[in-house]
Design a protein around this ligand. Structure first.
Ligand code: FMN
Length: 204
């Protein structure tokens, strides 16, 4: 889990929006890699919001493992190939996409920025990435669809009431969601220790 991944697409708007922040605007030079985003977010976000985004569950062992797993992924370099015609496009669920980049569902984006999901949908559209908006969104899917030139998918948090799930999915499909992503790993809320109020106060 990387906070940087979330901020990457929306950060140009994100940083310019708050003119009172004493953040430099030379985005091209300050933000060269994912690791540059997390300290910047720590500076500008309200502390509780930062901990919500950056924190994991329990002792954060899985969070650390996930980060290490990403670091182990290598790109295989193929030499002496014809690179005159490169094509990253794929077809996924019948949709032609310029590349397989999808913005994962992130809850409550407006905690971090007043434009929240709408700005992220706009950024995804510009980058040709699919945007997933969902049950935990803080903006309406209609507004995200209006902003994005790329497909928007709907995230369903599976509920025990199956008819409710069915109604929600039908409604989102009718509005224009091109696929459904289903979250199944949250039968109970996570043990998010960084968000315990006493710990938050002590952390800074
Ligand atoms: C702040 C935050 C909020 C998230 N909210 C959701 C959510 O509402 N629904 C969901 O299915 N996943 C949610 N996720 C999980 C992400 O969609 C993603 O699966 C996870 O962060 C792993 O991908 P990553 O390593 O690229 O961050 C959230 C992750 C973060 C960091």
């Amino acid at each position: 889990m990387r906070i940087a991944a979330i901020l990457l697409v929306k950060s140009p708007t994100f940083l310019r929006y708050r003119s009172d922040w004493s953040m430099p605007l030379d985005i091209e030079t300050r933000f060269l890699g994912l690791a540059d985003f997390e300290p910047a977010a720590r500076e500008v976000l309200p502390h509780a919001v930062y901990e919500f985004i950056a924190g994991g569950a329990g002792d954060e062992i899985t969070k650390r493992d996930n980060e290490a797993a990403f670091d182990r992924i290598k790109l295989r370099q193929r030499l002496l190939r014809d690179v005159t015609r490169l094509d990253t496009a794929i077809t996924l669920f019948g949709q032609r996409l310029p590349h397989p980049i999808i913005l994962a569902p992130i809850a409550y984006r407006r905690l971090a920025h007043p434009e929240g999901e709408v700005a992220a949908a706009r950024g995804a559209g510009v980058a040709g990435a699919v945007f997933i908006v969902g049950t935990t969104a803080t903006a309406a899917i209609e507004d995200c669809l209006a902003e994005s030139q790329s497909p928007v998918w709907f995230l369903l948090y599976w509920q025990s009431d199956r008819s409710f799930n069915g109604e929600l999915v039908s409604r989102m499909a009718a509005l224009g969601a091109k696929a459904i992503s289903v979250t199944v790993d949250l039968p109970t809320p996570g043990d998010r220790r960084r968000q315990i109020p006493g710990r938050l106060q002590n952390a800074r």
